[in-house]
Design a protein around this ligand. Structure first.
Ligand code: GLC
Ligand code: GLC
Length: 811
């Protein structure tokens, strides 16, 4: 069942009912200010950091679902309704929500009145703009009351929902004209406040939540709205809100617009107040002055649209599949931007309070983002490197506002170091900018320990070399990519963190996945060494890589697939010897991507085993058979009911690794089949089963052991975005940035005739036509650059002018 449709021309998904199986959300904001925005206008805003700088309140896990948002109430006679249906839930005569690139438009119609809410965060300002267009489509004059509503969060989101004995006494506001200032904690250590403004004179306001709703009422039946009269309340403690009241009259056919802006404002310490405890409004005036007229709002909105037009022109595919084009050209790249901005911090499944930026997560997000805005990728790489420890290990997470490592989680996730190499190498392949390797980066955020980025990568590499176990395979530490395979944890007490309980370093438990990761990115590190003239180091690294390959082939091979790990007692995990969890997806994908077993047939064997034991209608499951009981020696993985999350769920993040691995052995048909299975756009028709947004990937789809097989969860913030984009753009369609130029190396289904890709790369635009007259799956037989045949499949960056025509014939 579908709940909407794609409008590719507008780059929008159009939701046709507010009753989607889950809230289907969008992200507003590209740089510092962000909003989560659901199809019923739910969600919240924050500045830079969803935990420390939250502007509006949102109630996770509430009933009804999705409570809190920017709500606009219309009282038209006795009927009260919201354009986005929530929270009053009055049946609408028409409803539509369009989620676009960094903006959303919700339109509701009731009794001849149309109300359309456009919400976006302007490119370079720290605010959310809400422009409401009201249109009287009836033949009578309409006299209505319009009420706005947001609820302020007292900045620190965690504190906000735990520390009530304090919070109920700290809330403070100021109201001047149509502007509501939220200034809780401003009298003390905060130099920032929020302002919620309307561009018209208002007929009333409220800032005290209980007065607005009535103490025992809710947002679905607020007293003020139903009575049609604001109380002009000023919040003192309790729960400050912002609500404006406008009485409007519209002649038949008349249209009018009202603009509301929620902004984040900061003052220098010495200029905080204009009078005792009266905040300095200068920054608010300056930002609000940019969005007070409809023309200004239109201009800012167009600027945002132009921005996205330009970003999405970097990689553009024209193929015979509309679904593929849509995914590659629009939604997958869009999600890559969102994961780059959010890492795993704030979604409808991540409260924004727990995890900030992940060392491994953000490094991987770069793979799908770097072509969009290389300069921001560069900055991110340096931020991540700053949190690395001097021995090459890393804080697993860091806080986006402070950019310092999270002590609570600490380090010991032994795959982390290699991902920094992955992200950096991707950046250099995209840009050719080797100077990044000379940038000085702190260790452990300590300036005095700073060293060039290249030294950071070296220590990443060496960390693995110097942390091996009894089989000469890398020690796993707290966990590797799979946060839930906790081989050194042994937790018997409920509530303990599987990730931080137990020693961070067991001297025995080893990961074959990290071994594969080391082989893949160790080779990339050696390439970097070679390119900057460190030939000896490159050669030594390759020796280490070769040793690791041997160790994998010797002790990481189970006969028909790669073993997953060795536990703290040196017993294999993911082997036919195990009672459950005999085979895992991760080492099959990563080892083969690193090239392990391609020559000797292990790779094809392993991929056959994946297809035989792990594949399902909705994608490849993480492991099989699922764990049916809790294993002390395995940790969190066995805590999940069979079929969910890391316990035999279809973890979308590593499905593309199998697709990539299939391309390494030339299986274009199978690679594309794997690619399609988890692709949300190909699942649009089964929305009632899949349930999460059909325009973005989710982290996990329930596996066949789960009662809800096929159900998606944890949409948006997942490494799946970057990895599927890498897979389809580089491994399948075959446009691979290389240190020496652009390489064209497709591996496609044999029924593909041809396709065309426009790729902007290092200042030039390449128009690439790939033809497949003999219907092969892999291989390039001819290539011409501007009509001249060239040998091989690498385009020399020196060839051609600003626009280069490339023809590639497969065969
Ligand atoms: C989550 C984490 C990621 C981890 C994955 C598998 O998506 O964000 O870091 O690799 O789960 O456990
Ligand atoms: C939980 C999740 C896992 C995630 C981890 C991050 O264990 O199940 O997916 O990676 O938290 O700490």
């Amino acid at each position: 069942m579908k709940f909407g449709h794609f409008d590719d021309e507008a780059r929008e998904y159009v939701i046709e009912t507010p009753r989607t199986p889950l809230p289907w959300i969008n992200y507003l904001g590209c740089n510092d200010f962000f909003g989560l925005f659901s199809n019923t206008a739910g969600g919240y805003d924050f500045y830079k950091d969803a935990k420390l700088m939250r502007l509006t309140r949102y109630r996770y896990n509430n009933v009804p679902y999705d409570t809190g948002g920017r709500y606009y109430y219309i009282k038209d006679g006795d009927t009260v309704w919201n354009p986005g249906w929530q929270p009053v839930q009055t049946e609408l005569d028409f409803y539509e929500c369009r989620h676009g690139m960094g903006y959303s438009v919700i339109t509701g119609k009731k009794n001849g009145l149309s109300a359309s809410l456009l919400a976006f965060v302007p490119l370079n300002d720290t605010c959310e703009v809400n422009s409401i267009t009201l249109n009287n489509e009836s033949s009578d004059t309409k006299t209505i009351d319009l009420f706005s509503f947001i609820e302020f969060c007292l900045w620190n989101a965690e504190d906000d929902c735990t520390n009530f004995q304090r919070n109920f006494s700290t809330g403070e506001v100021e109201v001047i004209g149509s502007r509501i200032y939220h200034k809780t904690e401003y009298r003390e250590r905060r130099n920032h406040y929020a302002v919620y403004a309307c561009n018209r004179d208002i007929d009333g306001f409220d800032t005290d939540r209980a007065s607005f709703t009535g103490f025992y009422n809710g947002l679905h039946n607020p007293e003020v709205v139903f009575n049609g009269e604001s109380k002009n309340t000023e919040a003192h403690g309790w729960s400050p809100i912002g609500s404006h009241h406008l009485k409007l009259s519209l002649a038949p056919g008349e249209e009018t617009k009202v603009v509301f802006v929620l902004a984040y404002c900061e003052n220098p310490v010495e200029k905080k107040f204009e009078a005792p405890n009266v905040i300095n409004k200068e920054p608010a005036n300056s930002i609000l002055s940019k969005f007070m007229t409809d023309e200004q709002v239109d201009a800012a909105f167009n600027e945002l649209k132009d921005y996205w037009n330009s970003l999405l022109s970097v990689y553009n595919l024209e193929s015979s599949s509309a679904k593929l084009n849509r995914c590659v050209n629009i939604w997958n790249q869009y999600q890559c931007m969102v994961t780059f901005n959010m890492s795993r911090s704030a979604s409808y499944f991540e409260s924004g309070m727990g995890r900030g930026m992940g060392f491994r997560d953000s490094s991987q997000d770069l793979l799908g983002f770097v072509h969009l805005i290389p300069a921001r990728a560069r900055e991110r790489i340096l931020d991540i490197a700053n949190t690395q420890f001097p021995d090459g290990s890393a804080y697993h997470q860091y806080q986006p506002l402070t950019k310092t490592g999270n002590l609570g989680v600490g380090s010991g996730f032994n795959d982390d170091p290699m991902w920094l190499i992955a992200g950096t190498a991707a950046y250099i392949r995209e840009t050719g900018d080797f100077t990044i390797l000379d940038e000085m980066c702190d260790f452990d955020n300590k300036k005095e320990l700073a060293a060039p980025l290249m030294e950071h990568l070296r220590r990443s590499f060496n960390y693995i070399v110097t942390h091996k176990g009894p089989h000469d395979l890398p020690l796993i530490g707290r966990a590797d990519w799979n946060d839930c395979l906790n081989l050194n944890c042994f937790s018997e007490t409920p509530g303990e963190s599987f990730q931080t309980t137990g020693p961070s370093e067991g001297p025995v438990a080893e990961s074959v996945f990290i071994a594969g990761l080391f082989v893949k990115y160790g080779k990339e590190y050696a390439d970097l060494c070679k390119h900057i003239g460190l030939d000896d180091e490159a050669a030594k690294c390759l020796e280490e890589v070769a040793k690791m390959e041997k160790a994998i082939e010797k002790d990481g091979w189970d006969g028909e697939w790669f073993i997953r790990a060795y536990d703290a007692n040196s017993n294999p995990v993911g082997s036919h010897e195990c009672e459950e969890g005999k085979i895992f997806i991760e080492p099959q994908g990563m080892c083969i991507m690193g090239g392990v077993g391609i020559e000797n047939g292990m790779a094809t064997k392993a991929l056959e085993s994946v297809e035989k034991h792990l594949d399902s209608q909705y994608g490849i499951m993480l492991n099989q058979p699922a764990y049916t009981k809790y294993y002390l020696n395995l940790g969190e993985i066995s805590s999940y009911p069979p079929g969910y999350k890391e316990n035999a769920g279809i973890f979308c993040h590593n499905n593309p690794w199998i697709a990539c691995a299939e391309t390494e052995v030339g299986h274009g048909d199978r690679a594309f089949e794997v690619y399609k299975k988890t692709n949300p756009i190909f699942l649009e028709d089964i929305g009632e089963i899949h349930r999460t947004e059909p325009y973005v990937y989710c982290q996990m789809v329930a596996g066949k052991d789960a009662p809800t097989f096929g159900e998606g969860k944890n949409s948006w913030l997942t490494g799946t975005a970057a990895w599927t984009f890498t897979t389809v753009s580089q491994y399948i369609l075959g446009i691979k940035p290389d240190l020496d130029g652009l390489r064209v190396d497709p591996c496609v289904p044999s029924d593909v005739d041809s396709y065309r890709i426009t790729r902007k790369f290092r200042g030039k635009t390449y128009n690439i036509i790939v033809q497949n007259p003999n219907h092969v799956q892999k291989g390039v037989s001819e290539m011409t650059v501007d009509g001249t045949p060239v040998s091989g499949n690498l385009i020399d960056p020196e060839l051609g002018g600003d626009s280069v025509e490339v023809t590639v014939v497969m065969g």
